[in-house]
Design a protein around this ligand. Sequence first.
Ligand code: SF4
Length: 313
Amino acid sequence: MQQTRVDQGLPYYLKFIAAYPTIGDLANTEEKEILRLWQGLGYYSRARNLHSTAKFVDQELNGVFPNSYEDILNLKGVGPYTAAAIASICFDEPRPVVDGNVFRFASRYFGIKEDIGRQKTRTIFEMILSEHISRKAPGIFNQAMMEFGSTVCAPSPDCKQCLFKLECIAQQKNLQNQLPVKTKKIKVRERFLNYLVLHDGSNFLMRQRDSSDVWAHLFDFNLIEGKVGKEEVFAGTKQLLGHDFLIEEESKEFQHLLSHQKIKAVFYKIKLDPQQIKNVKSDYGEPYSVEEIVNLPKPKLIVNYLEQIGIKS
Ligand code: SF4
Protein backbone atom coordinates (compact mmCIF):
# COMPACT_ATOMS: atom_id res chain seq x y z
CA MET A 1 0.00 0.00 0.00
CA GLN A 2 3.01 2.31 0.10
CA GLN A 3 2.36 5.46 -2.00
CA THR A 4 -1.14 4.15 -2.69
CA ARG A 5 -4.48 4.92 -1.08
CA VAL A 6 -6.30 2.01 0.54
CA ASP A 7 -9.47 2.50 -1.50
CA GLN A 8 -7.35 2.38 -4.65
CA GLY A 9 -5.39 -0.71 -3.61
CA LEU A 10 -8.09 -2.79 -1.96
CA PRO A 11 -9.78 -4.15 -5.13
CA TYR A 12 -6.35 -5.23 -6.37
CA TYR A 13 -5.59 -6.96 -3.08
CA LEU A 14 -8.87 -8.88 -3.26
CA LYS A 15 -8.23 -9.87 -6.88
CA PHE A 16 -4.72 -11.04 -5.96
CA ILE A 17 -5.83 -13.11 -3.01
CA ALA A 18 -8.54 -14.73 -5.13
CA ALA A 19 -6.14 -15.48 -8.02
CA TYR A 20 -3.17 -16.58 -5.88
CA PRO A 21 -4.34 -17.86 -2.50
CA THR A 22 -0.88 -19.22 -1.57
CA ILE A 23 2.74 -18.17 -2.08
CA GLY A 24 3.16 -21.27 -4.27
CA ASP A 25 0.33 -20.14 -6.55
CA LEU A 26 1.95 -16.74 -6.97
CA ALA A 27 5.41 -18.26 -7.51
CA ASN A 28 4.16 -20.54 -10.25
CA THR A 29 2.43 -17.84 -12.27
CA GLU A 30 3.87 -16.09 -15.30
CA GLU A 31 5.05 -12.53 -14.68
CA LYS A 32 2.89 -11.33 -17.57
CA GLU A 33 -0.27 -12.50 -15.78
CA ILE A 34 0.73 -10.81 -12.54
CA LEU A 35 1.46 -7.54 -14.30
CA ARG A 36 -1.90 -7.76 -16.07
CA LEU A 37 -3.68 -8.11 -12.73
CA TRP A 38 -1.64 -5.18 -11.39
CA GLN A 39 -2.46 -3.03 -14.43
CA GLY A 40 -3.51 0.49 -13.44
CA LEU A 41 -2.01 0.42 -9.95
CA GLY A 42 1.39 1.82 -10.96
CA TYR A 43 4.79 1.16 -9.35
CA TYR A 44 5.08 -2.07 -11.33
CA SER A 45 8.41 -2.96 -9.72
CA ARG A 46 6.35 -3.89 -6.66
CA ALA A 47 4.55 -6.57 -8.67
CA ARG A 48 7.81 -7.91 -10.10
CA ASN A 49 9.43 -7.95 -6.66
CA LEU A 50 6.39 -9.65 -5.15
CA HIS A 51 6.71 -12.33 -7.80
CA SER A 52 10.43 -12.94 -7.32
CA THR A 53 10.01 -12.97 -3.55
CA ALA A 54 7.22 -15.54 -3.85
CA LYS A 55 9.52 -17.70 -5.98
CA PHE A 56 12.33 -17.31 -3.46
CA VAL A 57 10.10 -18.26 -0.52
CA ASP A 58 8.60 -21.15 -2.46
CA GLN A 59 11.86 -22.58 -3.76
CA GLU A 60 14.50 -21.57 -1.20
CA LEU A 61 12.53 -21.42 2.04
CA ASN A 62 10.24 -24.42 1.45
CA GLY A 63 7.23 -22.14 1.14
CA VAL A 64 7.58 -20.80 4.69
CA PHE A 65 7.49 -17.01 4.94
CA PRO A 66 10.19 -15.63 7.30
CA ASN A 67 8.86 -14.48 10.66
CA SER A 68 11.41 -11.92 11.91
CA TYR A 69 12.09 -8.32 10.91
CA GLU A 70 15.71 -9.01 9.88
CA ASP A 71 14.81 -11.99 7.70
CA ILE A 72 11.85 -10.20 6.11
CA LEU A 73 14.11 -7.23 5.36
CA ASN A 74 16.34 -9.53 3.29
CA LEU A 75 13.54 -10.28 0.83
CA LYS A 76 13.68 -8.54 -2.54
CA GLY A 77 11.69 -5.32 -2.70
CA VAL A 78 11.15 -5.19 1.06
CA GLY A 79 12.45 -2.10 2.86
CA PRO A 80 12.25 -1.11 6.54
CA TYR A 81 8.66 0.12 6.23
CA THR A 82 7.25 -3.11 4.79
CA ALA A 83 9.44 -5.31 7.02
CA ALA A 84 8.27 -3.47 10.15
CA ALA A 85 4.63 -3.61 9.04
CA ILE A 86 4.75 -7.38 8.42
CA ALA A 87 6.87 -8.19 11.50
CA SER A 88 4.62 -6.20 13.83
CA ILE A 89 1.20 -6.96 12.35
CA CYS A 90 1.78 -10.64 11.53
CA PHE A 91 4.38 -11.70 14.11
CA ASP A 92 3.95 -9.23 17.02
CA GLU A 93 7.53 -7.97 16.78
CA PRO A 94 7.81 -4.46 18.25
CA ARG A 95 9.26 -2.67 15.21
CA PRO A 96 7.89 0.81 14.50
CA VAL A 97 6.52 1.52 11.06
CA VAL A 98 7.53 4.92 9.70
CA ASP A 99 5.57 6.17 6.71
CA GLY A 100 4.57 9.70 5.68
CA ASN A 101 1.65 9.77 8.11
CA VAL A 102 3.80 8.59 11.02
CA PHE A 103 6.49 11.15 10.13
CA ARG A 104 3.87 13.90 10.29
CA PHE A 105 2.23 12.87 13.54
CA ALA A 106 5.46 11.96 15.38
CA SER A 107 7.38 15.05 14.22
CA ARG A 108 4.58 17.27 15.56
CA TYR A 109 3.92 15.33 18.74
CA PHE A 110 7.61 15.11 19.73
CA GLY A 111 8.60 18.43 18.10
CA ILE A 112 11.25 16.77 15.88
CA LYS A 113 12.75 19.27 13.43
CA GLU A 114 15.02 16.93 11.48
CA ASP A 115 14.54 16.91 7.70
CA ILE A 116 12.43 13.83 6.90
CA GLY A 117 13.93 13.68 3.39
CA ARG A 118 17.24 12.49 4.88
CA GLN A 119 17.89 8.82 5.48
CA LYS A 120 19.35 9.27 8.96
CA THR A 121 16.12 11.00 10.09
CA ARG A 122 14.22 7.76 9.63
CA THR A 123 16.64 6.11 12.08
CA ILE A 124 15.98 8.89 14.62
CA PHE A 125 12.22 8.40 14.33
CA GLU A 126 12.59 4.62 14.55
CA MET A 127 14.70 4.95 17.70
CA ILE A 128 12.21 7.27 19.40
CA LEU A 129 9.19 5.21 18.41
CA SER A 130 10.93 1.99 19.47
CA GLU A 131 10.81 3.30 23.04
CA HIS A 132 7.07 3.95 22.82
CA ILE A 133 5.75 1.07 20.76
CA SER A 134 3.40 -1.30 22.59
CA ARG A 135 5.11 -4.57 23.47
CA LYS A 136 1.75 -6.29 23.81
CA ALA A 137 0.18 -5.17 20.54
CA PRO A 138 2.83 -3.64 18.26
CA GLY A 139 0.78 -4.28 15.13
CA ILE A 140 -2.23 -2.38 16.48
CA PHE A 141 0.09 0.41 17.68
CA ASN A 142 1.61 0.80 14.21
CA GLN A 143 -1.75 0.75 12.47
CA ALA A 144 -3.08 3.32 14.92
CA MET A 145 -0.07 5.59 14.29
CA MET A 146 -0.56 5.45 10.53
CA GLU A 147 -4.31 5.93 10.80
CA PHE A 148 -4.01 8.81 13.24
CA GLY A 149 -1.51 10.57 10.98
CA SER A 150 -3.83 10.21 8.01
CA THR A 151 -7.06 11.23 9.76
CA VAL A 152 -6.53 13.55 12.76
CA CYS A 153 -2.93 14.73 12.45
CA ALA A 154 -3.44 15.22 8.71
CA PRO A 155 -1.68 17.94 6.67
CA SER A 156 -4.39 20.27 8.06
CA PRO A 157 -4.60 18.83 11.56
CA ASP A 158 -7.75 18.70 13.68
CA CYS A 159 -6.01 19.80 16.89
CA LYS A 160 -9.20 20.77 18.73
CA GLN A 161 -10.45 17.19 18.60
CA CYS A 162 -7.03 15.67 19.20
CA LEU A 163 -6.45 13.36 22.17
CA PHE A 164 -2.89 14.57 22.46
CA LYS A 165 -3.40 18.32 22.26
CA LEU A 166 -2.17 18.96 25.81
CA GLU A 167 1.18 17.24 25.45
CA CYS A 168 1.82 17.81 21.71
CA ILE A 169 4.87 20.05 21.19
CA ALA A 170 3.65 21.41 17.83
CA GLN A 171 0.34 22.42 19.42
CA GLN A 172 2.10 24.07 22.38
CA LYS A 173 4.48 26.04 20.16
CA ASN A 174 2.14 26.54 17.22
CA LEU A 175 4.43 24.62 14.86
CA GLN A 176 1.81 22.52 13.07
CA ASN A 177 2.50 24.16 9.72
CA GLN A 178 6.27 23.89 10.03
CA LEU A 179 6.38 20.19 10.88
CA PRO A 180 7.40 17.84 9.46
CA VAL A 181 10.42 19.54 7.89
CA LYS A 182 10.98 18.48 4.29
CA THR A 183 13.43 20.49 2.24
CA LYS A 184 14.06 18.20 -0.71
CA LYS A 185 11.53 18.64 -3.47
CA ILE A 186 11.00 15.84 -5.96
CA LYS A 187 12.33 16.81 -9.39
CA VAL A 188 9.73 16.04 -12.02
CA ARG A 189 11.06 15.31 -15.50
CA GLU A 190 8.87 16.16 -18.47
CA ARG A 191 8.86 13.61 -21.32
CA PHE A 192 7.25 13.65 -24.75
CA LEU A 193 6.33 10.34 -26.34
CA ASN A 194 5.25 10.03 -29.96
CA TYR A 195 3.64 6.63 -30.25
CA LEU A 196 3.40 4.83 -33.59
CA VAL A 197 0.31 2.64 -33.55
CA LEU A 198 0.99 0.32 -36.47
CA HIS A 199 -1.88 -1.98 -37.36
CA ASP A 200 -3.50 -3.83 -40.25
CA GLY A 201 -7.11 -3.50 -39.14
CA SER A 202 -7.11 -6.57 -36.92
CA ASN A 203 -3.58 -6.79 -35.48
CA PHE A 204 -1.57 -4.12 -33.68
CA LEU A 205 2.19 -4.11 -33.36
CA MET A 206 3.12 -4.03 -29.68
CA ARG A 207 6.40 -4.62 -27.89
CA GLN A 208 7.41 -5.55 -24.38
CA ARG A 209 9.38 -2.80 -22.66
CA ASP A 210 12.79 -3.62 -21.23
CA SER A 211 13.98 -3.01 -17.67
CA SER A 212 15.90 0.19 -18.36
CA ASP A 213 12.97 2.58 -18.06
CA VAL A 214 9.57 3.03 -16.46
CA TRP A 215 6.88 0.39 -17.06
CA ALA A 216 9.46 -2.41 -17.29
CA HIS A 217 8.08 -5.57 -18.94
CA LEU A 218 4.73 -3.96 -19.78
CA PHE A 219 3.54 -3.71 -23.39
CA ASP A 220 3.23 -0.55 -25.45
CA PHE A 221 3.74 0.61 -29.03
CA ASN A 222 6.90 1.72 -30.79
CA LEU A 223 7.70 5.30 -30.06
CA ILE A 224 9.87 8.22 -30.90
CA GLU A 225 10.78 10.15 -27.80
CA GLY A 226 11.30 13.89 -27.58
CA LYS A 227 9.57 17.16 -28.27
CA VAL A 228 9.94 16.77 -32.01
CA GLY A 229 7.90 18.05 -34.90
CA LYS A 230 5.71 15.84 -37.04
CA GLU A 231 8.36 15.79 -39.79
CA GLU A 232 10.78 14.04 -37.49
CA VAL A 233 8.13 11.58 -36.40
CA PHE A 234 7.35 10.86 -40.07
CA ALA A 235 11.05 10.48 -40.93
CA GLY A 236 11.62 8.14 -37.98
CA THR A 237 8.59 6.06 -38.95
CA LYS A 238 9.73 5.82 -42.56
CA GLN A 239 13.12 4.63 -41.39
CA LEU A 240 11.49 1.99 -39.19
CA LEU A 241 9.17 0.76 -41.93
CA GLY A 242 11.43 1.21 -44.92
CA HIS A 243 8.56 2.56 -47.05
CA ASP A 244 6.01 5.35 -47.26
CA PHE A 245 2.87 5.32 -45.17
CA LEU A 246 -0.14 7.42 -44.29
CA ILE A 247 -1.15 8.66 -40.87
CA GLU A 248 -4.70 7.46 -40.38
CA GLU A 249 -5.38 9.35 -37.20
CA GLU A 250 -3.50 11.59 -34.79
CA SER A 251 -4.75 11.51 -31.20
CA LYS A 252 -5.20 14.39 -28.81
CA GLU A 253 -2.37 14.88 -26.35
CA PHE A 254 -2.55 12.48 -23.39
CA GLN A 255 -0.98 13.41 -20.07
CA HIS A 256 0.16 10.93 -17.49
CA LEU A 257 1.77 11.64 -14.14
CA LEU A 258 4.27 9.36 -12.46
CA SER A 259 6.02 10.12 -9.18
CA HIS A 260 9.08 11.65 -10.93
CA GLN A 261 7.84 12.15 -14.47
CA LYS A 262 5.23 14.08 -16.32
CA ILE A 263 4.53 12.29 -19.57
CA LYS A 264 2.84 13.85 -22.59
CA ALA A 265 1.98 11.49 -25.40
CA VAL A 266 0.49 11.66 -28.87
CA PHE A 267 -0.53 8.51 -30.75
CA TYR A 268 -0.22 8.29 -34.53
CA LYS A 269 -2.38 5.51 -35.91
CA ILE A 270 -0.89 4.10 -39.08
CA LYS A 271 -2.60 1.46 -41.17
CA LEU A 272 -0.45 -1.03 -43.06
CA ASP A 273 -1.40 -4.11 -45.02
CA PRO A 274 -0.96 -7.50 -43.30
CA GLN A 275 2.22 -8.29 -45.22
CA GLN A 276 3.78 -4.96 -44.25
CA ILE A 277 3.01 -5.63 -40.58
CA LYS A 278 4.73 -9.01 -40.86
CA ASN A 279 7.76 -7.38 -42.49
CA VAL A 280 8.43 -5.04 -39.59
CA LYS A 281 11.50 -6.36 -37.78
CA SER A 282 10.72 -8.28 -34.61
CA ASP A 283 12.86 -5.81 -32.60
CA TYR A 284 9.95 -3.43 -33.07
CA GLY A 285 7.39 -5.79 -31.60
CA GLU A 286 4.96 -8.48 -32.62
CA PRO A 287 1.45 -8.27 -34.08
CA TYR A 288 -1.29 -8.88 -31.49
CA SER A 289 -4.99 -9.28 -32.15
CA VAL A 290 -7.45 -7.12 -30.21
CA GLU A 291 -8.39 -10.15 -28.04
CA GLU A 292 -4.72 -10.74 -27.22
CA ILE A 293 -4.11 -7.06 -26.45
CA VAL A 294 -6.84 -7.14 -23.82
CA ASN A 295 -4.84 -9.75 -21.89
CA LEU A 296 -1.44 -8.05 -22.17
CA PRO A 297 -0.20 -5.99 -19.19
CA LYS A 298 -0.11 -2.36 -20.29
CA PRO A 299 0.64 1.03 -18.71
CA LYS A 300 -2.47 3.05 -17.83
CA LEU A 301 -1.55 5.55 -20.55
CA ILE A 302 -1.88 2.82 -23.20
CA VAL A 303 -5.13 1.55 -21.65
CA ASN A 304 -6.53 5.09 -21.85
CA TYR A 305 -5.57 5.44 -25.50
CA LEU A 306 -6.95 2.02 -26.42
CA GLU A 307 -10.21 2.93 -24.75
CA GLN A 308 -10.37 6.04 -26.85
CA ILE A 309 -10.13 4.02 -30.05
CA GLY A 310 -12.79 1.60 -28.78
CA ILE A 311 -10.64 -1.19 -27.32
CA LYS A 312 -11.61 -1.74 -23.70
CA SER A 313 -8.75 -3.43 -21.91
S1 SF4 B 1 -2.46 18.38 18.63
FE1 SF4 B 1 -2.59 18.73 16.43
S2 SF4 B 1 -0.49 18.63 15.71
FE2 SF4 B 1 -0.52 17.73 17.75
S3 SF4 B 1 -0.77 15.57 17.41
FE3 SF4 B 1 -2.80 16.42 17.69
S4 SF4 B 1 -3.53 16.85 15.63
FE4 SF4 B 1 -1.32 16.58 15.50
